[in-house]
Design a protein around this ligand. Structure first.
Ligand SMILES: Nc1nc2c(c(=O)[nH]1)N[C@@H](CN(C=O)c1ccc(C(=O)N[C@@H](CCC(=O)O)C(=O)O)cc1)CN2
Length: 302
């Protein structure tokens, strides 16, 4: 297989998801008069968060949603953020609430997340949604956007049933590693979660038919860790210096050494243009799902 055919084009798959959300939104509005509503709260001026939040608002409008953004200064009190969340919980025009992470240090992220009404928690971070995913009760859950998007990319090359395949998830975060492991398990893969204290990580990764890298360390997973024929999903988005592009220039890279891994992998996601765009597309899908549930209609499957 040539290298170009190995690349999983997350941007293209995300666009397919967004087009489906758009079509299904039109159907929902025609059937029920309900317009999906998404509210995003951002606290502070983190430049990357500002870019992601702007993309979410733009995509929501493109999908035909009612889209609102609360931009709060970095010194906003925790009580004030909680009050904003409460107001959105009570707003019938809003079906999805997202608080952009990370939050400034003085705000307890978990307290904020647990204040979001579980039925509007389109990030899937509330204990109620975490528990439903953990027990395989997906009919009324929200699955976190990055792992849900990663599964769609995996399915696009491996199909729905991962029986007999060994998956290694490198990273144990609540946002990506743990939910990803649950989703892989739900698709019948044999799953290992690895982390900073795992012994002989390279050899463990060499046993994997599916590698999901979600550690947040630039190019930590090396090319010779990848088993020939494996599928690699790179969730990392790291900005590193790129002196080859000129003085002071930077570039984005994943948690995997892409060029090295390309030699062995059968399929691999690039950074940028892999998992990242799927995160935003799945946020749109989750918001649409929430609005369908609100209308007491069966949501479309993604
Ligand atoms: N409340 C949440 N906060 C955060 C989440 C989340 O899912 N919910 N995830 C990340 C950030 N994130 C979305 O919020 C996100 C990250 C990256 C991308 C993306 O499309 N990346 C592009 C590159 C973009 C660039 O040029 O910087 C890519 O990979 O191609 C989308 C969303 C943390 N916070």
């Amino acid at each position: 297989m040539n290298d170009e055919n190995k690349r999983i084009d997350g941007k293209a798959v995300a666009e397919t998801v967004v087009q489906k959300v758009k079509g299904e939104t039109e159907k929902l509005v025609a059937q029920s008069g309900i317009v999906p509503g998404l509210a995003v709260i951002i606290v502070g001026e983190d430049p990357a968060s500002q870019v992601y939040v702007a993309s979410k608002g733009k995509k929501a409008k493109e999908c035909g949603f009612h889209s609102i953004q609360h931009t709060l200064p970095a010194d906003t009190s925790e009580a004030d953020v909680l009050a904003h969340v409460q107001a959105l919980n009570d707003d019938p025009a809003i079906h999805g609430i997202l608080v952009q992470l990370p939050l400034p240090k003085h705000i307890d992220e978990n307290k904020v997340i647990q204040t979001i009404a579980p039925q509007k928690d389109v990030d899937g971070f509330h204990y109620m949604n975490v528990g439903k995913l953990g027990t395989g009760d997906l009919s009324s859950a929200f699955v976190p956007c990055t792992p849900a998007g990663s599964m769609i990319l995996l399915r696009s090359v491996l199909g729905d049933d991962l029986s007999g395949l060994n998956a290694v998830v490198v990273g144990r975060s609540n946002i990506v590693g743990k939910p990803m492991a649950n989703l892989l398990l739900g698709a019948n893969a044999t799953v290992t979660i690895a982390h900073s204290r795992t012994k002989d990580l390279p050899d463990l990764v060499r046993s994997a038919d599916i590698v999901v890298a979600a550690v947040g360390r630039a190019e930590m997973v090396k090319g010779d860790w990848i088993k020939p024929g494996a599928t690699v999903i790179d969730v990392g988005i790291n900005r590193i210096d790129a002196p080859e592009r000129g003085e002071g220039k930077t570039r984005l890279t994943g948690d995997v050494d892409y060029e090295g891994a390309l030699e062995n992998a059968a399929h691999i996601t690039p950074v940028p243009g892999g998992v990242g765009p799927m995160t935003i597309a799945l946020l749109m899908a989750n918001t649409l799902t929430s609005a369908y549930r609100h209308a007491e209609l069966n949501p479309p499957a993604f």
